[in-house]
Design a protein around this ligand. Structure first.
Ligand SMILES: *Cc1c(COP(=O)(O)O)cnc(C)c1O
Length: 362
């Protein structure tokens, strides 16, 4: 017999991307920033006084919240800091979705969403994306018809990398009767020319939550730090009720503050990633691999049908050569590889390996 709740027993759990612990693998599979965190983060860690760890940390990470509120032009009450963006997703699920009621998502998108919905024993409503990886025009209407209490949308989208304009999000927020969570895990990499910013919408939409993370943009995936922004009434139950009582440890708070204080360094890595992305896309295209226009730090490359290896075979062959990319054995994704933008040297190594494997040169 099993002691688990029935829905927990039935579910399979999250499938992590591979995380090899050696430093030699060219790791282009889980969308980390290829550059190290700011030197100020290193300095904050070196000078951290462990005597501080004797007492509990500031319960709501207020010095960090204040910095983030200032950065986005919102009030402190519009913001809760979370243990990675993933905790923010879990808090939204447990706070806004009754077991047995509906949770909505576009498909394909982040594979953690259905896992969290299964833990909550919610009914999962998936709305298929169209040929351009965009939700259909009647997205909000379909979510309403299904009675969804919460819906998650990734923007820019994962795994395609495409960006929806803020006006589309605003229209859905206005129409949708539940809580709309926009997962902006990759928003730091969006070109400034796109003028994409949802923070100004928060005051106008009481049901809008915006998720951010330090994992990608600030090169701190190992630290586990993220945050949610939204109307104060939406944030309040997350901050005071459903979150772990001291969810952000003292070291993470100090390092997060240092990362924000040296945001100029992070912004420089974003510009470098954008430049490397353009070269990577051009190189892939030269090998016959096309991809949707990406505003993130990864590209979804399609392997042409006539190639001498399919996407799954390429994934395995690259892995043998010490290069990890992500392959999803799922509808619409089976003929593609999701490739994180690395340093120019890493991207060149990938392109050389692909050229050799596909027999198209080098
Ligand atoms: C990386 C990521 C997150 C958050 O990751 P954390 O490391 O928990 O902050 C959320 N959504 C998507 C789509 C992601 O790729």
């Amino acid at each position: 017999m099993s002691y688990e709740r029935e829905n927990i027993h039935r579910m399979a759990g999250y499938q992590w991307g591979e995380q090899p612990q050696d430093r030699t693998t060219i790791k282009l599979n889980t969308n980390e920033n290829p550059y190290p965190p700011s030197a100020q983060v290193q300095q904050a860690l070196r000078s951290f006084d462990t005597a501080v760890l004797r007492t509990y940390p500031q319960p709501t990470a207020d010095p960090l919240r204040e910095r983030l509120a200032e950065l986005h032009g919102v009030a402190r009450d519009n913001l809760v800091v979370t243990h990675g963006g993933d905790e923010g997703l879990r808090l939204a699920m447990t706070t806004f979705v009754d077991p047995g009621t509906a949770f909505g998502m576009a498909d394909p998108s982040y594979s953690l969403y259905p896992v969290l919905a299964e833990v909550q024993d919610a009914r999962i409503v998936t709305v298929p994306l169209d040929g351009d990886w965009q939700p259909p025009a009647d997205f909000a209407a379909r979510l309403n018809a299904a009675g969804a209490r919460l819906a998650c949308v990734v923007n820019p989208h994962a795994p395609s990398g495409t960006l929806l304009p803020a006006a589309r999000i605003a229209a859905w927020a206005a129409e949708f009767e539940g809580v709309l969570l926009v997962d902006e895990a990759y928003a730091d990499f969006v070109s400034p020319d796109a003028h994409y910013d949802l923070a100004p919408l928060i005051g106008a939409h009481p049901n809008l939550l915006v998720l951010r993370t330090f994992s990608k943009g600030y090169s701190l995936a190992g630290l586990r730090l993220g945050y949610l922004m939204g109307d104060a009434a939406l944030i309040d139950p997350l901050l005071r009720k459903t979150r772990d009582s001291y969810n952000i440890d003292a070291i993470s708070q100090a390092l997060g503050e240092a990362a924000i204080d040296d945001r100029a360094y992070a912004a420089d890595t974003w510009a470098r990633v954008r430049a490397a992305r353009a070269s990577l896309v051009a190189g892939l295209r030269g090998l016959g691999l096309s991809s949707p226009e990406s505003q993130t730090n990864f590209v979804l490359a399609q392997v042409p049908t006539g190639a001498n290896m399919d996407a799954a075979a390429l994934y395995h062959a690259l892995k043998q050569r010490g290069i990890l990319v992500r392959y999803f054995d799922a509808p619409r994704l089976r003929d593609r590889l999701r490739i994180t933008v690395g340093t120019p040297e890493q991207n060149q190594a990938l392109l050389d390996a692909l050229a050799a494997l596909l027999g198209t040169g080098a």
